[in-house]
Design a protein around this ligand. Structure first.
Ligand code: BTN
Length: 332
């Protein structure tokens, strides 16, 4: 077996969870039969659930019943009630990981079994979270750190639009769940009250005939506090919990995010680019403004007038010409 094949990546899971509910008790013998596992393993999994924050009632006669659930992103909590066709249908979950983008990349590059499009890698905590421009991305417990694996075959020229599309997906998800209007700072920072709630890092692998895989890494400050982030970004960051004043149900956020992602990704595959760019512009905080963009080798000033169908920002410079900028950072 190849060292980096998907078979090597066993998602952390507690399979018994699929058979437990708040509504009724289930007897240990029935669980043993259903899962083809001995009683001792069932007891071990019940213990694991309790350690993960699930309150499980156990009764000698009646069996087990869930009393309350924690804010869990175990695969079952995401996949249960998920209505998508392929985004989020397969979930690799880890309590702690280097970076979900790194794991997703290794899975994508694996020689063996090819995981389905829309597979997500998600973790409670990243130790080496990756941000844009080689920066670190602080990822304490309570956030939503996930990567979505895609195989876009026919849209190479428009590939940068995937990142902008993902920003629209996050902004839409926040609006639908919390009735809060977020803003997108080009290309892909999601801001609320001018503070960053989410960042997106897209990476891709190419072969001679084009793009082989794309990983869209999405990091949302959800139930973590901005005070847990490095000092230099605390004032410019905010979490969903801080915005709403209450704990966010992360699995619910992930489910809606998957639904919105599938909806917009289908539009992208059908080349209905203008629906995405129009939506992006409606959330944008740069269109119509005089800004400065650092492209890596120079700083360009001008008025942001549009976004094109390959995700480029159109800047009208002081000389009156329109420049297309494909990647960079807005300075002000
Ligand atoms: C940015 O700099 O704004 C992009 C941040 C992207 C962070 C996410 S968290 C999930 C995924 N895994 C990573 O290591 N990075 C992305």
């Amino acid at each position: 077996m190849d060292r980096f094949s998907a078979e090597n990546y066993q998602s952390f899971d507690i399979p018994i969870l699929n058979n437990l509910s708040e509504e009724f008790f289930i007897r240990k013998e029935e669980l043993c039969q259903k899962l083809a596992l001995p009683g001792i393993v069932i007891e071990g999994q019940i213990q694991q659930l309790r350690e993960s924050g699930y309150n499980v009632l156990s009764d000698k006669e009646k069996g087990y019943r869930i009393i309350s659930r924690p804010d869990s992103i175990l695969p079952f909590e995401i996949k249960n009630k998920l209505t998508t066709s392929y985004i989020g249908k397969a979930v690799f979950y880890y309590p702690e990981v280097s970076s979900t983008n790194i794991i997703a990349r290794e899975i994508a590059q694996g020689k063996g079994y090819k995981v389905p499009e829309g597979t997500i890698v998600i973790s409670d905590k990243q130790n080496s979270g990756k941000g844009r421009s080689g920066k670190k991305w602080a990822s304490p417990p309570g956030g939503i750190w996930l990567s979505i694996l895609l195989y876009p075959e026919t849209i190479s020229y428009h590939i940068s639009l995937i990142t902008l599309m993902a920003a629209v997906v996050v902004a839409n998800t926040i609006e639908k769940l919390f009735q809060i209007r977020a803003q997108i700072k080009w290309p892909n920072d999601i801001l609320i009250k001018e503070r960053k709630v989410c960042g997106i890092l897209t990476e891709m692998g190419t072969v001679a005939k084009g793009i082989e895989w794309v990983i869209v890494g999405i990091g949302i400050n959800a139930n973590n506090d901005s005070t847990e982030l490095p000092e230099d970004i605390q004032k410019s960051s905010i979490s969903l919990k801080e915005i709403t004043g209450k704990l966010t149900h992360r699995a619910e956020v992930v489910r809606l995010l998957c639904t919105e992602f599938e909806r917009f990704y289908e539009l992208l595959k059908r080349k209905e680019f203008s629906i995405i760019t129009e939506k992006w512009k409606s959330f944008s905080n740069v269109i119509g403004k005089k800004i400065q963009v650092n492209t890596g080798n120079r700083v360009i000033s001008g008025e942001a007038i549009d976004i094109n169908d390959r995700g480029g920002l159109i800047l009208k410079t002081e000389y009156g010409d329109n420049l297309e900028i494909i990647s960079g950072t807005v300075l002000k």
